[in-house]
Design a protein around this ligand. Structure first.
Ligand SMILES: *[C@@H]1O[C@H](CO)[C@@H](O)[C@H](O)[C@H]1NC(C)=O
Ligand SMILES: *[C@@H]1O[C@H](CO)[C@@H](O)[C@H](O)[C@H]1NC(C)=O
Ligand SMILES: *[C@@H]1O[C@H](CO)[C@@H](O)[C@H](O)[C@H]1NC(C)=O
Ligand SMILES: *[C@@H]1O[C@H](CO)[C@@H](O)[C@H](O)[C@H]1NC(C)=O
Length: 160
């Protein structure tokens, strides 16, 4: 068989079995909460299991999960927004004690070999504010955007 065709077939097969692939995981800060945006593909109707975890000093802590039991101390601090192709986890009262590698993992029900994950390293001082990566359109941010656009335009037309 032509190797190019072989690769194309392999890719097509992978594409199907990875229909629930995690495409990106990003972190930002809203007030005192850490927000993790886990974007994923959702091309089948098979139920998806998910798990958010934190690996800190080589220990894994489960924050929110439909596969295992989340750690007791994190349970009251987490909340999840579950949409068609994004899962958003909030961790309240985020401090430097919560720094580490955060992982979002997806698994197709009953098929343990179909796992897809993404990691993001989170440091308190490096975290960006969530403005601008807003999930829901906010009137104020639109207003600010329009204002800054018109400012940019205005400065362009001011002769030096
Ligand atoms: C966050 O911290 C404040 C002040 O310490 C406390 O009152 C509040 O209950 C905490 N929130 C959560 C969700 O743990
Ligand atoms: C994937 O999409 C289907 C509808 O197409 C929806 O019923 C299902 O809940 C979605 N899965 C996840 C994990 O969001
Ligand atoms: C994320 O980290 C885990 C544990 O260190 C590792 O097994 C996995 O391959 C990583 N995922 C990616 C997409 O790098
Ligand atoms: C945005 O404006 C609409 C009405 O124009 C209002 O109903 C809505 O609550 C506002 N949303 C926010 C986040 O301010």
């Amino acid at each position: 068989m032509n190797p190019a065709i072989g690769i194309a077939v392999l890719l097509a097969v992978l594409q199907v079995s990875w229909g629930q692939k995690v495409t990106s995981l990003t972190a930002c800060l809203v007030d005192q909460s850490l927000r993790l945006d886990c974007r994923h593909e959702n091309s089948t109707t098979v139920p998806i299991q998910h798990e958010f975890s934190l690996t800190r000093e080589k220990k894994k802590h489960v924050l929110q999960s439909t596969m295992g039991v989340p750690e007791y101390s994190y349970r009251p601090r987490t909340s999840l927004i579950n949409k068609h192709n994004i899962k958003v986890l909030y961790l309240a009262n985020f401090t430097t004690k919560d720094e580490g590698i955060y992982t979002c993992e997806l698994r197709v029900s009953g098929q343990p070999q179909m796992v897809s994950n993404q990691n993001v390293s989170v440091l308190r001082d490096k975290l960006i504010k969530c403005e601008g990566v807003s999930l829901l359109p906010q009137n104020t941010s639109w207003l600010l955007l329009l204002l800054s656009l018109s400012l940019l335009q205005a400065t362009d037309f001011i002769p030096l």
